[in-house]
Design a protein around this ligand. Structure first.
Ligand code: FES
Ligand SMILES: [Fe+2]
Length: 350
Protein backbone atom coordinates (compact mmCIF):
# COMPACT_ATOMS: atom_id res chain seq x y z
CA UNK A 1 0.00 0.00 0.00
CA UNK A 2 1.51 3.29 -1.15
CA UNK A 3 0.20 6.86 -0.94
CA UNK A 4 1.14 8.54 -4.20
CA UNK A 5 0.13 12.18 -3.98
CA UNK A 6 2.87 13.23 -1.56
CA UNK A 7 6.43 14.44 -1.74
CA UNK A 8 9.00 11.81 -0.83
CA UNK A 9 12.73 12.09 -0.39
CA UNK A 10 14.32 10.38 -3.38
CA UNK A 11 17.98 11.05 -2.62
CA UNK A 12 20.46 13.15 -0.72
CA UNK A 13 21.54 16.08 -2.92
CA UNK A 14 25.14 14.83 -3.16
CA UNK A 15 24.03 11.46 -4.57
CA UNK A 16 22.86 13.02 -7.84
CA UNK A 17 25.30 14.38 -10.40
CA UNK A 18 26.23 13.95 -14.06
CA UNK A 19 26.38 10.16 -13.75
CA UNK A 20 22.92 8.51 -14.11
CA UNK A 21 21.73 7.16 -10.75
CA UNK A 22 18.99 4.57 -10.33
CA UNK A 23 16.59 4.25 -7.42
CA UNK A 24 13.35 2.25 -7.26
CA UNK A 25 10.54 4.16 -5.55
CA UNK A 26 7.14 2.55 -4.95
CA UNK A 27 8.02 -0.21 -7.38
CA UNK A 28 8.83 2.33 -10.11
CA UNK A 29 12.40 2.52 -11.42
CA UNK A 30 13.66 6.10 -11.63
CA UNK A 31 16.90 7.43 -13.11
CA UNK A 32 18.26 10.70 -11.73
CA UNK A 33 20.89 13.03 -13.13
CA UNK A 34 21.67 16.73 -13.32
CA UNK A 35 21.76 19.00 -16.33
CA UNK A 36 24.92 21.05 -16.86
CA UNK A 37 23.53 23.92 -14.76
CA UNK A 38 22.84 21.48 -11.89
CA UNK A 39 19.06 21.12 -12.34
CA UNK A 40 18.00 17.64 -11.22
CA UNK A 41 16.09 15.40 -13.63
CA UNK A 42 14.06 12.28 -12.74
CA UNK A 43 12.89 9.95 -15.52
CA UNK A 44 11.38 6.49 -15.65
CA UNK A 45 14.38 4.17 -15.65
CA UNK A 46 13.02 1.82 -18.29
CA UNK A 47 13.65 2.31 -21.97
CA UNK A 48 10.36 1.98 -23.90
CA UNK A 49 12.19 -0.01 -26.59
CA UNK A 50 13.34 -3.16 -24.79
CA UNK A 51 13.05 -2.00 -21.17
CA UNK A 52 16.73 -1.71 -20.32
CA UNK A 53 17.37 0.67 -17.40
CA UNK A 54 18.34 4.03 -18.91
CA UNK A 55 20.67 4.42 -15.93
CA UNK A 56 22.99 1.96 -17.72
CA UNK A 57 23.35 4.54 -20.48
CA UNK A 58 25.09 7.91 -20.51
CA UNK A 59 24.42 11.60 -20.82
CA UNK A 60 25.01 13.16 -24.22
CA UNK A 61 24.98 16.96 -24.11
CA UNK A 62 23.16 18.97 -21.48
CA UNK A 63 20.09 16.98 -20.59
CA UNK A 64 19.80 14.03 -22.98
CA UNK A 65 20.29 10.45 -21.80
CA UNK A 66 21.19 7.76 -24.31
CA UNK A 67 20.12 4.14 -23.79
CA UNK A 68 23.01 1.71 -23.50
CA UNK A 69 21.36 -0.94 -25.68
CA UNK A 70 20.31 0.58 -29.04
CA UNK A 71 21.06 4.25 -28.45
CA UNK A 72 17.57 5.80 -28.20
CA UNK A 73 17.85 9.26 -26.67
CA UNK A 74 15.48 11.02 -24.26
CA UNK A 75 15.43 14.62 -23.07
CA UNK A 76 14.62 15.86 -19.55
CA UNK A 77 10.88 15.83 -20.27
CA UNK A 78 11.08 12.14 -21.15
CA UNK A 79 10.47 12.69 -24.88
CA UNK A 80 12.45 10.51 -27.29
CA UNK A 81 14.57 12.82 -29.43
CA UNK A 82 16.51 10.30 -31.50
CA UNK A 83 16.18 6.75 -32.82
CA UNK A 84 19.45 5.69 -34.48
CA UNK A 85 19.02 4.61 -38.10
CA UNK A 86 15.57 6.11 -38.70
CA UNK A 87 14.03 9.55 -39.11
CA UNK A 88 10.66 8.70 -37.70
CA UNK A 89 10.33 8.80 -33.90
CA UNK A 90 7.37 6.70 -32.73
CA UNK A 91 4.90 9.02 -30.93
CA UNK A 92 4.69 6.63 -27.97
CA UNK A 93 8.45 6.61 -27.51
CA UNK A 94 8.63 8.44 -24.22
CA UNK A 95 9.32 7.80 -20.58
CA UNK A 96 7.62 9.29 -17.57
CA UNK A 97 9.21 12.42 -16.08
CA UNK A 98 8.80 13.11 -12.35
CA UNK A 99 8.45 16.50 -10.60
CA UNK A 100 11.49 17.12 -8.38
CA UNK A 101 12.37 19.80 -5.84
CA UNK A 102 15.67 20.25 -4.06
CA UNK A 103 15.20 21.37 -0.47
CA UNK A 104 16.89 20.82 2.93
CA UNK A 105 19.81 19.02 1.17
CA UNK A 106 17.38 16.39 -0.03
CA UNK A 107 15.88 15.77 -3.46
CA UNK A 108 12.10 15.43 -3.19
CA UNK A 109 10.05 13.53 -5.77
CA UNK A 110 6.33 13.54 -6.51
CA UNK A 111 5.12 10.03 -7.41
CA UNK A 112 1.44 10.89 -7.98
CA UNK A 113 -0.51 13.08 -10.40
CA UNK A 114 1.99 15.75 -11.59
CA UNK A 115 -0.83 18.33 -11.75
CA UNK A 116 -1.05 18.15 -7.93
CA UNK A 117 2.70 18.52 -7.28
CA UNK A 118 2.75 21.73 -5.23
CA UNK A 119 6.18 22.41 -3.64
CA UNK A 120 4.40 24.25 -0.80
CA UNK A 121 3.31 20.81 0.43
CA UNK A 122 6.88 19.79 1.25
CA UNK A 123 7.01 19.56 5.05
CA UNK A 124 9.34 21.71 7.13
CA UNK A 125 12.80 20.23 7.69
CA UNK A 126 14.57 23.61 7.93
CA UNK A 127 16.86 22.43 10.78
CA UNK A 128 19.18 21.02 8.09
CA UNK A 129 19.77 24.58 6.75
CA UNK A 130 19.37 26.66 9.91
CA UNK A 131 22.60 28.35 11.15
CA UNK A 132 21.32 28.08 14.73
CA UNK A 133 21.47 24.31 14.50
CA UNK A 134 24.20 21.82 13.65
CA UNK A 135 22.86 18.91 11.60
CA UNK A 136 23.80 15.90 9.55
CA UNK A 137 21.64 13.48 7.59
CA UNK A 138 22.09 9.96 6.31
CA UNK A 139 20.43 7.16 4.37
CA UNK A 140 19.58 3.61 5.39
CA UNK A 141 18.36 0.97 2.96
CA UNK A 142 15.98 -0.86 5.29
CA UNK A 143 14.75 -4.36 4.48
CA UNK A 144 11.22 -3.76 5.76
CA UNK A 145 7.89 -2.19 4.92
CA UNK A 146 7.86 1.58 5.43
CA UNK A 147 5.10 1.47 8.03
CA UNK A 148 7.25 -0.60 10.41
CA UNK A 149 9.58 2.41 10.63
CA UNK A 150 6.62 4.73 11.30
CA UNK A 151 5.49 2.40 14.11
CA UNK A 152 8.98 2.38 15.61
CA UNK A 153 9.39 6.15 15.68
CA UNK A 154 5.92 6.70 17.11
CA UNK A 155 6.50 4.36 20.05
CA UNK A 156 9.42 5.43 22.18
CA UNK A 157 9.01 2.87 24.95
CA UNK A 158 11.29 0.69 22.83
CA UNK A 159 14.21 2.97 23.72
CA UNK A 160 14.41 1.29 27.13
CA UNK A 161 14.97 -2.11 25.54
CA UNK A 162 16.45 -1.68 22.07
CA UNK A 163 18.63 1.29 23.03
CA UNK A 164 19.46 0.74 26.68
CA UNK A 165 23.15 1.50 26.09
CA UNK A 166 22.58 4.69 24.07
CA UNK A 167 19.47 6.85 24.20
CA UNK A 168 17.21 4.77 26.44
CA UNK A 169 16.69 3.89 30.04
CA UNK A 170 13.88 2.32 32.09
CA UNK A 171 12.72 5.72 33.34
CA UNK A 172 11.19 6.25 29.89
CA UNK A 173 8.83 3.33 30.30
CA UNK A 174 8.06 3.41 33.97
CA UNK A 175 7.94 7.15 34.70
CA UNK A 176 6.84 8.89 31.50
CA UNK A 177 3.68 10.94 31.26
CA UNK A 178 2.39 10.24 27.74
CA UNK A 179 -0.23 12.10 25.71
CA UNK A 180 -1.40 11.23 22.23
CA UNK A 181 -3.17 14.04 20.35
CA UNK A 182 -4.54 14.39 16.85
CA UNK A 183 -3.08 17.39 15.02
CA UNK A 184 -4.47 18.88 11.78
CA UNK A 185 -3.77 15.94 9.49
CA UNK A 186 -1.50 13.98 11.84
CA UNK A 187 -0.69 12.69 15.31
CA UNK A 188 1.49 14.02 18.09
CA UNK A 189 2.84 11.87 20.91
CA UNK A 190 4.28 13.77 23.87
CA UNK A 191 6.30 12.07 26.61
CA UNK A 192 7.66 13.84 29.67
CA UNK A 193 9.98 12.03 32.06
CA UNK A 194 10.46 14.24 35.10
CA UNK A 195 13.26 14.10 37.68
CA UNK A 196 14.87 10.93 36.37
CA UNK A 197 18.46 9.98 35.46
CA UNK A 198 19.64 11.07 32.00
CA UNK A 199 20.30 8.27 29.50
CA UNK A 200 23.96 7.49 28.60
CA UNK A 201 24.05 9.54 25.37
CA UNK A 202 22.58 12.60 27.10
CA UNK A 203 25.18 12.39 29.87
CA UNK A 204 27.92 12.31 27.21
CA UNK A 205 26.51 15.17 25.10
CA UNK A 206 24.96 17.39 27.76
CA UNK A 207 27.31 16.72 30.69
CA UNK A 208 24.39 16.21 33.09
CA UNK A 209 25.45 15.23 36.59
CA UNK A 210 22.04 14.99 38.25
CA UNK A 211 18.49 14.08 37.35
CA UNK A 212 16.80 15.68 34.35
CA UNK A 213 13.40 16.60 32.97
CA UNK A 214 13.31 15.01 29.54
CA UNK A 215 10.85 15.57 26.71
CA UNK A 216 10.15 13.64 23.54
CA UNK A 217 7.58 15.22 21.26
CA UNK A 218 6.89 13.13 18.18
CA UNK A 219 5.17 14.85 15.33
CA UNK A 220 3.75 12.56 12.64
CA UNK A 221 2.37 13.77 9.32
CA UNK A 222 1.28 11.31 6.64
CA UNK A 223 2.49 9.44 4.85
CA UNK A 224 5.85 9.17 6.65
CA UNK A 225 7.14 12.50 7.87
CA UNK A 226 8.26 12.08 11.49
CA UNK A 227 10.01 14.87 13.36
CA UNK A 228 11.06 14.39 16.97
CA UNK A 229 11.69 17.30 19.30
CA UNK A 230 13.79 15.82 22.12
CA UNK A 231 15.91 17.14 24.91
CA UNK A 232 16.49 17.49 28.61
CA UNK A 233 17.26 20.17 31.19
CA UNK A 234 18.39 19.82 34.81
CA UNK A 235 15.32 18.81 36.77
CA UNK A 236 13.12 21.54 38.20
CA UNK A 237 14.41 24.30 35.89
CA UNK A 238 11.08 24.72 34.11
CA UNK A 239 11.23 22.80 30.81
CA UNK A 240 7.63 21.51 31.13
CA UNK A 241 6.51 25.14 31.38
CA UNK A 242 8.51 26.04 28.26
CA UNK A 243 11.81 27.28 29.76
CA UNK A 244 14.42 25.21 28.03
CA UNK A 245 17.64 26.48 29.61
CA UNK A 246 20.81 24.80 30.77
CA UNK A 247 20.21 21.61 28.83
CA UNK A 248 20.29 20.19 25.33
CA UNK A 249 17.77 20.10 22.51
CA UNK A 250 17.84 17.99 19.40
CA UNK A 251 15.63 17.25 16.44
CA UNK A 252 15.47 13.81 14.93
CA UNK A 253 14.18 14.17 11.40
CA UNK A 254 12.87 11.29 9.30
CA UNK A 255 11.24 10.57 5.96
CA UNK A 256 10.48 6.99 4.94
CA UNK A 257 10.22 6.49 1.19
CA UNK A 258 8.83 3.10 0.13
CA UNK A 259 11.03 1.26 -2.33
CA UNK A 260 8.83 -1.84 -2.54
CA UNK A 261 6.25 -3.29 -0.16
CA UNK A 262 9.09 -4.96 1.73
CA UNK A 263 11.96 -2.44 1.48
CA UNK A 264 12.34 1.22 2.41
CA UNK A 265 14.63 4.16 1.64
CA UNK A 266 15.00 5.58 5.10
CA UNK A 267 16.29 9.17 5.14
CA UNK A 268 17.06 10.55 8.58
CA UNK A 269 19.13 13.18 10.27
CA UNK A 270 19.90 14.69 13.61
CA UNK A 271 20.07 18.38 14.51
CA UNK A 272 21.39 19.87 17.75
CA UNK A 273 21.12 23.37 19.23
CA UNK A 274 24.26 23.18 21.39
CA UNK A 275 27.54 24.28 19.77
CA UNK A 276 25.79 24.42 16.38
CA UNK A 277 28.91 25.38 14.42
CA UNK A 278 31.15 22.80 16.05
CA UNK A 279 31.54 20.13 13.33
CA UNK A 280 33.08 17.68 15.80
CA UNK A 281 30.00 18.02 18.00
CA UNK A 282 27.73 17.38 14.98
CA UNK A 283 29.72 14.23 14.23
CA UNK A 284 29.53 13.08 17.86
CA UNK A 285 25.78 13.63 18.06
CA UNK A 286 25.29 11.92 14.73
CA UNK A 287 27.44 8.94 15.74
CA UNK A 288 25.47 8.42 18.96
CA UNK A 289 22.15 8.43 17.16
CA UNK A 290 23.41 6.33 14.27
CA UNK A 291 24.45 3.59 16.69
CA UNK A 292 20.92 3.61 18.06
CA UNK A 293 19.37 3.60 14.58
CA UNK A 294 21.33 0.57 13.51
CA UNK A 295 19.81 -1.20 16.53
CA UNK A 296 16.39 -0.31 15.10
CA UNK A 297 17.31 -1.57 11.64
CA UNK A 298 17.97 -5.01 13.07
CA UNK A 299 14.51 -4.91 14.71
CA UNK A 300 12.69 -3.96 11.48
CA UNK A 301 14.51 -6.52 9.38
CA UNK A 302 13.67 -9.35 11.73
CA UNK A 303 10.04 -8.25 12.11
CA UNK A 304 9.71 -8.15 8.33
CA UNK A 305 11.08 -11.68 7.96
CA UNK A 306 8.49 -13.00 10.39
CA UNK A 307 5.71 -11.03 8.73
CA UNK A 308 6.59 -12.51 5.36
CA UNK A 309 6.58 -16.06 6.78
CA UNK A 310 2.97 -15.57 7.87
CA UNK A 311 1.37 -12.19 7.13
CA UNK A 312 -1.79 -13.23 9.00
CA UNK A 313 -0.18 -14.33 12.25
CA UNK A 314 -2.08 -12.58 15.05
CA UNK A 315 -0.55 -9.67 16.97
CA UNK A 316 -1.72 -7.88 20.08
CA UNK A 317 -1.69 -4.17 20.90
CA UNK A 318 -0.52 -2.48 24.11
CA UNK A 319 -0.93 1.10 25.36
CA UNK A 320 2.39 2.16 23.83
CA UNK A 321 1.01 1.45 20.33
CA UNK A 322 -1.56 4.22 20.48
CA UNK A 323 0.37 6.73 18.31
CA UNK A 324 1.33 4.11 15.74
CA UNK A 325 -2.20 2.76 15.51
CA UNK A 326 -3.59 6.25 14.90
CA UNK A 327 -0.97 6.86 12.21
CA UNK A 328 -1.95 3.61 10.47
CA UNK A 329 -5.62 4.60 10.60
CA UNK A 330 -4.78 7.89 8.91
CA UNK A 331 -2.79 6.07 6.19
CA UNK A 332 -5.66 3.58 5.65
CA UNK A 333 -8.18 6.40 5.25
CA UNK A 334 -5.97 8.42 2.89
CA UNK A 335 -5.26 5.32 0.83
CA UNK A 336 -9.00 4.60 0.45
CA UNK A 337 -9.55 8.23 -0.58
CA UNK A 338 -6.70 8.19 -3.09
CA UNK A 339 -7.90 4.93 -4.65
CA UNK A 340 -11.48 6.22 -4.88
CA UNK A 341 -10.29 9.44 -6.57
CA UNK A 342 -8.13 7.48 -9.03
CA UNK A 343 -11.01 5.14 -9.89
CA UNK A 344 -13.38 8.07 -10.36
CA UNK A 345 -10.87 9.75 -12.70
CA UNK A 346 -10.49 6.49 -14.67
CA UNK A 347 -14.26 6.08 -15.01
CA UNK A 348 -14.62 9.70 -16.14
CA UNK A 349 -11.97 9.14 -18.81
CA UNK A 350 -13.69 6.04 -20.23
S1 FES B 1 16.47 -1.03 -25.06
FE1 FES B 1 16.86 1.08 -25.10
S2 FES B 1 17.38 1.45 -27.10
FE2 FES B 1 16.82 -0.63 -27.13
FE1 LIG C 1 14.75 3.24 18.00
Amino acid sequence: MFLRNYWYVAASDHEIGRKPFRRVIMNEPVVFYRTEDGTPVGLEDRCPHRRLPLSMGKLVGDDVIQCHYHGLRFDRTGACVRVPGQDMIPPTARVKSYPLVERYKWLWIWMGDPALADPAKIPDYHWFDDPNWGAKSDYIHAQCNWQLVNDNLLDLTHLAFVHETTIGNMALVEHAAVRVNRTPGGVQVTRWTIDQPAPPAFVKLGGFTGNVDRWQIIDYMPPSYIRLDVGATPTGTGAPEGRRVGGIQMRNLNVMTPETETTTHYFWGQAHDFEPRNKDMTERVFAQIKTAFMEDVSVFTNQQQNIELDPDAPQIDINADSGGIQARRIVDRLYAEEQAAMNAAKTAAE
